[in-house]
Design a protein around this ligand. Sequence first.
Ligand code: MSP
Length: 636
Amino acid sequence: MDKKYYITTPIYYPSGSLHIGHCYCTVAADSIARYKRLRGYDVKFLTGTDEHGQKIEEKAKAAGVTPIEYVDNIVTGIKQLWKDLKITNDDFIRTTEERHEKIVQKIFTKLYEQGDIYKGEYEGKYCTPCESFWTETQLVDGKCPDCGREVKLVKEESYFFKLSKYQDRLLKYIEEHPDFIQPESRKNEMINNFIKPGLEDLCVSRTSFSWGIPVTFDPKHVIYVWLDALTNYITALGYLSDNDEEFKKYWPADLHLVGKEIVRFHTIIWPIMLMALDLPIPKQVFGHGWLVIGNGQKIGKSFGNYVPPQEYIEKYSLDAVRYYLLREVPFGSDGNFTEESLVNRTNSDLANDLGNLLSRTVAMIEKYFDGVVPEASQDDEFAKSLKETINNSIADIENYMDKLEIGKSLESVWNIISRANKYIDETMPWALAKDESKKQELATVMYNLAETLRIVSVLLRPYLAETPSKIWEQLGITDNTDWEDAKTFGLLKVGTKVKKGENLFPRIEVKPKEEVKDLPKKEEAPKSNDYITIDDFEKVKLKVAKVLEAEKVEGSDKLLKLKVSLGNEERQIVAGIQKYYEPSELIGKKLVIVANLKPIKLKGIESCGMVIAAGDGDIVKVLFVDDLVKEGEDVH
Ligand code: MSP
């Protein structure tokens, strides 16, 4: 096969468990990979984890474990998450693997030997969470322009990479390859905000921490994490290794799918590295938007608004989550994530439009034709219009997928579904069934509906992981499910036996949302003096947490906002202890929290847990834990 397609996601920082925002990118990449496979491409789909750097080193230290112990644990969770989302990646690269580290060292040495990397002294600002260097003028109010957090002054001996030398070549490349940076707005941002003002040489090594890949010829330096990370796209293919078959076959990448804030690393540092290595540049870097919540805040690990994505899958089903991520937000823009909109999407598009179409069709074939797909005869105007919609929509879907307009391509699938539902209303099979002379017309309607559903099931294959085969089961089909098979109406065999199954997407009943204004009212104590059992007690998960940050909640004289570490996880907790503690008194202390209390909002701030304290009135004391006990330990 000569058509190849190499697609990558960013490699994720295993600094904490991933959230639904990370799933957004991976599910999108998965739908593109599935689509390309269906279109006959030999696809290589890569994802992985970016495991070095100062941030991870600090996290591991706070958790009292070694960096590798820290990341091993989180990476296991990330791999499980991709399994749960049925992601079809062909490889998973970890930057701590030997196949990666060795080659990064070779590349660094090569660039040094050819004069593109040189030694100097770095003095400037560094944002540890973003692992980014910033100049004074790039800062916004003295803070990181990407995440708004504090930056640190870094002054150390460093190696530098000569970005400036390649500036003109890069600009020319971008201008001559209009598809390289997409969407268009990101390209303009890169050119006008970063390249045209002038590229400064990039600091590419650090000496003030050690969790990274050492520079072979100067091992007190570790290689800057972005230089290390970007290289994953070629180390995973075996570049400079004994087996570089895949590199020869798949490089250059067809698509690096990345979030908008890391487009600049992929369209400035990365192409310049490749130019310096004399390698071809990827065909496209596409910068998608963010899933945001409420007031436009990016969903993030450190903002305390984290809900494990598996919870959504358990509650609403895998394909409901996948569908929502792919359909709700125009790819490229930011989009608001709410559970409410997830429920609405599932109910309207999946339960009503698709689920009902299947259950009605199968039920009618069972009722009117003993469950056997009958033969169609002459098309009337409604059937013609249905077929026309199918043909046009397939062309639209392909067109949109080629432009990575995933949401729009799904909209086109739904045009077919809506048209089929309308076809039922127009032809009124229940009325035809009452008139024996209309039997042939009824048969035509049934065939056309079942055949439309077969086509829809094929068209859903890039996006939904479980639904297509559930539809096949109910339609009783095992073949004609390849992409090209969607383009011929009439492949469904007459005589196929349909079988009613479970609802594809049962309607989700929406409970009214509870608004919590301030501290929750205490529940009344049980009236009786009955004992509880040990099982009752064990329902409450008490854990040791270490306070990392504490601050007063604006507009409240009761609440403190805490960021605590549970070892492998960070949480935000809002506690009503402002009257009793100065925030600074709490930082570094270990205390006990109820870890499985349902998150609530206090003064609009999410609280994921409760601090245990004793006392009343003027004297309230938090229950501190001896420092010897590790955070994350159970209290029993
Ligand atoms: N490790 C770097 C990438 C190195 S690639 C050579 C990194 N990791 S990350 O874990 O912080 O982010 C990975 C990706 O997740 C980024 O593309 C980022 O945009 C994406 N997202 C993180 N939060 C997101 C949302 N709330 N919404 C959408 N995407 C989000 O950056």
